[in-house]
Ligand binder design. Structure first.
Ligand code: 13P
Length: 341
């Protein structure tokens, strides 16, 4: 492992004013997104859609430090035959790859999941590196409910995250470590805080046991936030204040950066929360975005699968990327959204 080079990539992933585009939806997930806009999901439509974003020159050059790809996309060519990965590189952005293979039920833990994909991961990482991937992503999922998450789920998922991260670094690939606590339930923000604190502490313990170099990784956490079905929603300032407090308790300063998932927050909430945290300031790590839905819902809607809408889709994508770029510097204002609308 060359840690200086890993650190250089990790630092570039969280460069000032930039963040990550999570475009790594599995074929099942992108189908769900396309269903909403009435577009059939096939190899061509998935390519056309992603090509539209990767050719958004302004967004890709100024606001997007890297793109997380799905296996299909990293081998796919644009309509004119240019490899999609080359479009990303040409814009000065870094290609990355989702390497987990989704979740399976965790035995003896009803309702809980374990992320799979460790078998033969070393071989797959070598192939992805050759293809140009310089970072990877692995997502663990913890649901909050009655009696869950269990310690078994927290521990086994953290252990798998650390196994993945160590394999990535051995392959000279920066691991994005993503222990996601879902916001699907009716729990309040304090319950999310408590579960996320446990999950992050366990994750960093496992990373330490498995000798993962913190300087060569990126953390992708959820924010401290109330469940979507909770009657007690927290304000933007409360989310920001509690998330910062949580991260300070759990994330060593050696980590080069933190890039949040959006997890089902609305576009504007995800931006406002990131902005409010950066307005607090004085933190040991840059805080930025690694959004999937919060960057893509608007361009998906504007595009709706029609060639004549590509420019509108790119405009919508560029707008969200720019808003999140401003938020990553604590310079966003809600008036900027209204002006654009
Ligand atoms: P969301 O921002 O839609 O949560 O997706 C980010 C991601 O990569 C989840 O793994």
């Amino acid at each position: 492992m060359n840690l200086a080079d890993l650190n250089k990539i990790a630092t570039a992933m969280v460069a000032p004013g930039k963040g990550l585009l999570a475009a790594d939806e599995s074929s099942g997930t992108i189908k769900k997104r396309f269903d909403v806009i009435g577009v059939e999901s096939n190899e061509d439509s998935r390519r056309d859609y992603r090509e539209m974003m990767f050719r958004s020159k302004d967004a890709m050059t100024h606001y997007i430090s890297g793109v997380i790809l799905y296996d299909e996309t990293i081998w796919q060519n644009a309509k004119d035959g240019t490899p999609l990965i080359k479009l990303i590189e040409a814009a000065g952005s870094i290609p990355g790859i989702k390497v987990d293979e989704g979740t399976q039920p965790l035995p003896n833990c009803p309702g809980e999941l374990i992320t799979v994909g460790l078998d033969k991961l070393a071989e797959r990482l070598a192939k992805y590196y050759k293809q140009g991937a310089r970072f990877a992503k692995w997502r663990a999922v913890l649901d909050i409910g009655a009696g869950i998450p269990s310690y078994a789920a927290i521990h086994t998922n953290a252990h798998a995250l650390a196994r993945y991260a160590a394999l990535c670094q051995a392959a000279q690939i920066v691991p994005i470590v993503e222990p996601e606590v879902l916001m699907d339930g009716d729990h309040d923000i304090d319950r999310c805080f408590e579960v996320t604190e446990f999950a992050l502490k366990e994750t960093f313990q496992q990373l330490y046991y498995q000798k993962v170099a913190l300087e060569g990784m990126i953390l992708k956490p959820n924010m401290a936030i109330a469940g979507k079905k909770s009657a007690k929603q927290a304000s933007v300032d409360e989310v920001a204040e509690k998330t910062v407090r949580l991260l300070k308790r759990c994330v060593p300063a050696a980590v080069p950066g933190i890039a949040f998932l959006s997890g089902g927050q609305s576009d504007e909430d995800a931006t406002a929360h990131l902005d409010a945290m950066n307005k607090i300031g004085g933190l040991p790590w840059p805080l930025t975005f690694s959004y999937g839905r919060a960057l893509q819902a608007a361009p998906q809607k504007a595009w709706s699968g029609k060639t004549e809408n590509v420019a509108a889709g790119q405009q919508a994508f560029t707008h969200r990327a720019q808003m999140n770029s401003l938020a990553s510097k604590g310079e966003w204002k809600s008036a900027l959204e209204k002006k654009a609308a």
